[in-house]
Write a protein that binds this ligand. Sequence first.
Ligand code: PHE
Length: 448
Amino acid sequence: MEKRGMWSSRLTFILAAIGSAVGLGNAWRFPGLAAKHGGGTFLVVYLLAMLLMGIPLLMMEIAIARKFRRGAIESMRGIGKKWEPVGWAATSNAFVIVCYYAVVFAWVILMFINSWQFANMTGDNEAASGLFLQLTQTTGAIEGTNIPGIVLVCLLISWGLIFYCIRNGASSVGKVVKFTVFAPVVLLLIMAVKGCTMPGAMEGIKMLFVPDISAFSDPSLWVDAIGQVFYSLSIMMAIMFAYGSYVGNDADIAADAMIIAFSDMAVSVLSGIVMFSTMGGTGMLGEITASGISTAFFVYPTAIVNLTGNGVVNAIFGAIFYLMLITLAIDSAFSIVEGISAAIADKFHLKPKTVTIAVCAICGIISLVFITEAGLAWLDIVDNWTNQINLILIGVLECIAIGWTFSLRKVLGEVNKNAKRFKMPYWWFASSINLSRRCCSLVCSSGT
Ligand code: PHE
């Protein structure tokens, strides 16, 4: 078997993990859920879910993968033979997710290429919100198999870029993330300045940060917050197992996981500020929807053409917005392919590069379904199914596996092996794993 690739430095690992965590979920799912659940109310519950479940589970996945030096399937098998199916569940969920994530990435590329069209649409809401439908010819209904040529080209570009970034595993990923992690933050900051300096922006900012007390009573608030924490940290999808398996023995997992989680949360809040201030400034606050897709492709274009009275300036902001989404999405998209390839290559002792090519080819073919006229409708169905209940269910199983079969102290020992700045305390780790197990089972049994 080939020698396992390793991260070239601690910083490379942290950047790659942040790159995976920070993705389209931060840019539109987080603001959408905040709008649905009373702004500040969602922020509070999200922070709690991050501290109580997200951070300990992130540490757990990285630590276990480092211990066994294997992807998700073999690492779960290392805990106990009967837990191998949990690794398979995470890997197959990732397999489904990447098929449509690559398509959303392709759509973002398509909108970026076409953002010059905003220059001729100043104030024309109908044209702006219809641009995406006109380009993709998707109808929202489950019928039609036509594929527009330009969308197919964008999908090929999307898969080409994904493959290019992970062609040599950890070593090629390490080079790309030095750019893809910082670029979206710079672009988001530019957009935040524009958004916050518009009259009416403060109303949006208030809506984002001030909690609406009545929203606390909605039980779906907790399901949405936990699901978003898992999704956003890229846990329960085989990714952090793969990335953790390339981590050196001297890594300080406890501190690194804290840095990854809080950077991810910071970008979510920054995206929230961009979205709410821009929508406040263009008088469209009521239009932020829980569905990120419609916010990004229908609502945001409308905001773009109302940003200023100058079409060229609007088009430039449109291009910045979609370029920001491209740089956000790419490192998440390739991380998920890496998660699947590492799991399969380790399981069947195959050459990682061969598996990566096979995964890109198979997922590439499946992803064609999502660029047909019926694509958006399919995407909606699959997105709902994979991103919440599946992640939470896999979460319960991982916690049961660790909490019951394997010793919690052993895992914590692995997490704190080289802890210098921050040591994860036992009470926090143990209560989080137990709480996650209980909460997640409750959520699953309530059959959301
Ligand atoms: N954390 C990613 C995001 O927020 C989730 C993700 C990672 C999704 C990788 C798909 C692939 O977008």
